[in-house]
Design a protein around this ligand. Structure first.
Ligand SMILES: *[C@@H]1O[C@H](CO)[C@@H](O)[C@H](O)[C@H]1NC(C)=O
Ligand SMILES: *[C@@H]1O[C@H](CO)[C@@H](O)[C@H](O)[C@H]1NC(C)=O
Length: 325
């Protein structure tokens, strides 16, 4: 007990030091690099995406599609980029998609207020189809086609970082369940199973896996508590995607490598699974019983986040922080 209190005090001190930015390593996510000189976290995405996909991916990661705010930031990010990746250009968060010819950042600033360093003769709207902006390795901007797939950079400023202390990660939408010791988010935008899987992954989580009856009860209560009836559109009502599937035809597997039988909870709904080859993804009826569902069916879904153990999270987050014995 005493050691628990000590640990709490210790952690509290670290976190408060951390939030005032006075000490040790700054941390957002393991896949982002902190650049001290511009007080921001950056990730260069190597999987090429269209401009709008890139913008969405950054948002899912809790960040935003990077654009340079000024020369210093352009220089810092280009140095990082030159040192780590071979790309000649990346999508940046500037476009004239709202009104053609008016280039603005994704947060609505005129490009002349940020990094207004166009390449010679740019922007030229070649062919009348260039509405999105790329940053070239030489530091100049150019307009190009939004649907071309390029690498891109996501950014989170230190100043905008908010930490979910219970869940020990930077996503305030997740709710900690004390009894289970994990964090959950109910997603009210219906997606198919494969998209839902990718969304949870981008949030450093995974589609929820039920391990115990209390966890099933909690997910039922969570489902009851959200305003799902207000969500319009064409999607399946009555079930939410969860983290199990039979996509490889090897029997039902939970995400993260266990068979469904080993998760500790296998309460299927009446006559389920019933879809055979057509229903190879996993969901839960609103009453908590399991159901097979077509992987292409849109439905709500629940992501689950495992709370990092204190020691490893602190090691990563605070680098040279003192470790309690
Ligand atoms: C990055 O590399 C390009 C191409 O070699 C070069 O033109 C540019 O000056 C470099 N930028 C920085 C900040 O290192
Ligand atoms: C899920 O939706 C995405 C985007 O619409 C689509 O590309 C994908 O093929 C769908 N997945 C399945 C299994 O149908």
């Amino acid at each position: 007990m005493v050691s628990k209190i000590l640990l709490f005090v210790f952690v509290f001190n670290l976190v408060s030091d951390y939030s005032y930015g006075q000490r040790n390593k700054k941390f957002f996510r393991k896949d982002y690099k902190y650049l001290e000189e511009v007080e921001g976290f950056y990730k260069i995405h190597t999987l090429h995406k269209t401009w709008s996909e890139a913008k969405r991916v950054c948002a899912l990661e809790g960040a935003s599609l990077f654009y340079p705010e000024n020369d210093d930031e352009a220089h810092a990010v280009l140095s990082f980029w030159n040192a780590t990746q071979p790309y000649r250009w990346v999508h940046v968060g500037i476009s004239d998609l709202i009104v053609k010819g008016v280039f603005e950042t994704i947060d609505g600033l005129p490009v002349s207020d940020v990094y207004n360093n166009w390449g010679p003769g740019e922007p030229n709207d070649a062919g009348g189809v260039e509405d999105c902006v790329i940053l070239r390795q030489d530091g100049t901007l150019n307009d190009d086609q939004c649907n071309k797939k390029f690498p891109f950079i996501c950014k989170k400023s230190l100043q905008s970082l908010e930490w979910n202390q219970r869940c020990n990660f930077p996503n305030l939408d997740y709710v900690y369940n004390e009894q289970i010791g994990r964090c959950y988010k109910f997603h009210l935008n219906p997606l198919n199973w494969t998209e839902a899987y990718a969304v949870c992954n981008a949030e450093q989580s995974y589609l929820a896996v039920i391990n115990t009856q209390p966890e099933a009860d909690y997910l039922v209560a969570l489902t009851e508590s959200v305003p799902k009836d207000k969500v319009p559109g064409n999607y399946m009502r009555g079930a939410v995607h969860l983290g199990f599937h039979n996509r490889a035809n090897e029997g039902w597997q939970a995400v993260r490598g266990t068979s469904l039988d080993d998760t500790g909870y296998t309460c299927w709904g009446t006559n389920q699974p019933d879809g055979g080859e057509k229903e190879q993804c996993g969901s839960m009826f609103y009453n908590g019983l399991l159901n097979d569902i077509s992987c292409g069916t849109r439905a709500f879904f629940i992501c689950e986040h495992e709370v990092d153990t204190l020691s490893s999270a602190l090691d990563d987050r605070f680098g040279d922080a003192v470790v309690l014995s």
